[in-house]
Design a protein around this ligand. Structure first.
Ligand code: GLA
Length: 470
């Protein structure tokens, strides 16, 4: 008997234009019909930036835009990947020899991360191959997690294909919430094959999202709880049109390293076993104090001037060699200055903002939209000044959004480009969209080439799904 879990839908493909088009394209590409389809959504992070990899909770929603893959498991051991977007060339490889080149963030590597994650987690060898046609509509390199959506989609594709091959072509996979948590953890880990040391937010929301509700995502152990967003407001995404691929630069990993170093210096200052500590949250947990206390400790223990590698070695009483081999990641070996005070201040204050935001959503006072907006504005200021992950275009875009009626606006995702998210009173939405469109995207010099859609309202969407043809 085929089992259908909460993440499986039996559908008449003919009733879904996107699935139908994909089915036809698959047929002309591979000369056969897909056995199943998988979708995994992108996300917009409402608040809680750059704190997941420090162990702190974040508050994202899944967006409607997603990665959709049509799949046919095959008897050979070859994986054949094609993309509906001709910018992304075809690729094929043996399922038994997955190589992920960290030096080139090419599209198919994200698929291979998800595939390899499942393969390694279950200790599988001799996997059968598959033909896959990928169709994504999340703007790439825009902070909406298109890369993690592809990793998650590939992970679920692989698991589904595997389940089918074990049950001789029938579908017997029942995806319970426990499986979704496990999949999120596997995919978060496997995306690191690409070389970036992201936290688990993107993969968690892609699997654990539910329509109509934001999620507070907590780590260790991973869990997601509903947060009801206020009904009088709409969340609007606007794309700065500055592309930022976090795997193509070392910005992201430098921040991860700075947070790790700050955690170690704070632990040492407090006489904790600093060599066991990796994340800023662990320092707080071991001390058993509040986030406000951690902000004070940061001021006492760290200084605002950047730290050189030599100074860090003196503080931790280790050699440069130990610093390089035991603490720094491959692409942060040559960094000359680490800003530990600013990064720790951002992380502890942002973690507190997430909790305030969630509490306000629950308490829902009359002026909730205004109060949430203020917290989002504070988050942007901290990302800009303390974490230095904004850019002039994002700063300008949040100003434009506030000017035309947003109660709050902030960069979302890794930053250094990509999108903003704004909270806009529902009655101001039409004029907000029109005015931001005109002010940011139709510049008088005609220099910008806006992507479409570049400013749009969003609401909490559902998580990853397997579609089977009814
Ligand atoms: C990227 C990472 C996430 C998170 C955000 C910043 O999207 O993949 O894990 O760290 O940046 O909040």
């Amino acid at each position: 008997m085929a089992a259908e879990g909460p993440a499986t839908r039996r559908v008449q493909v003919a009733e879904y234009p996107r699935l139908l088009k994909l089915k036809e394209m698959f047929n002309s590409k591979f000369g056969s019909i897909p056995k199943f389809y998988v979708r995994a959504p992108g996300r917009v992070n409402i608040i809680g930036e750059h704190i997941d990899y420090c162990g702190y909770s974040v508050l994202p929603i899944a967006i409607e835009q997603d990665m959709l893959i049509a799949v046919e498991p095959v008897k050979t051991h070859t994986i054949q990947l094609a993309n509906t977007n001709s910018l992304y060339p075809d690729f094929s490889t043996s399922a038994n020899n997955i190589q992920i080149d960290k030096t080139k963030p090419v599209w198919h590597n994200y698929f291979l991360c998800g595939f390899k994650g499942i393969q390694e987690h279950f200790g599988l060898s001799n996997l059968t191959g598959m033909n896959c046609l990928v169709d994504g509509n999340i703007p790439p390199s825009s902070g909406l997690s298109s890369s993690s959506a592809l990793v998650c989609c590939a992970g679920l594709v692989t698991l589904t294909a595997l389940g089918m091959s074990l049950s001789k072509g029938r579908y017997e996979l029942e995806l319970t919430q426990r499986h979704q948590v496990e999949l999120a953890e596997i995919c978060a880990k496997s995306e690191r094959y690409i070389g970036t040391e992201g936290g688990g937010m993107d993969q968690s929301i892609s699997f654990l999202a539910e329509e109509g509700t934001a999620k507070l995502i907590e780590f260790s152990p991973l869990r997601a709880t509903d947060v009801k967003l206020p009904s009088g407001a709409v969340f609007v995404i606007a794309n700065s049109c500055v592309e930022m691929n976090k795997a193509a630069t070392s910005y992201f990993n430098i921040r991860v390293t700075e947070c790790r170093l700050a955690a170690k210096l704070l632990a040492k200052y407090k006489n904790l076993p600093w060599d066991e500590v990796l994340r800023l949250e662990e320092v707080q947990a071991r001390l058993g104090v509040s986030l406000e206390d951690m902000l004070l400790t940061t001021e006492d223990a760290l200084h605002p001037e950047p730290y050189s590698p030599e100074e860090i070695c003196r503080c931790l009483e280790i050699s440069l060699e130990q610093l390089r081999t035991q603490i720094l990641s491959p692409n942060t070996q040559d960094v000359l200055h680490f800003k530990l005070y600013q990064r720790a201040k951002h992380v502890y204050s942002e973690a507190a903002r997430v909790l305030r935001f969630k509490n306000l959503c629950e308490e829902a006072p009359d002026n909730v939209v205004q109060l949430l907006g203020e917290i989002m504005n504070q988050s942007h200021a901290s990302c800009r000044d303390m974490y230095e992950c904004s850019c002039p275009e994002l700063d300008w875009l949040v100003d434009v959004c506030r000017q035309f009626g947003a109660e709050g606006s902030r960069l979302t995702g890794a930053g250094w480009g990509g999108c903003t998210v704004s909270i806009v009173p529902a009655d101001k939405l039409p004029s907000f969209l029109a005015n931001v469109q005109e002010a940011y995207y139709q510049r008088s010099d005609g220099s910008s080439v806006p992507q479409t859609p570049s400013v749009f309202a969003t609401k909490p969407g559902g998580g990853a799904l397997v579609f089977l043809e009814a």
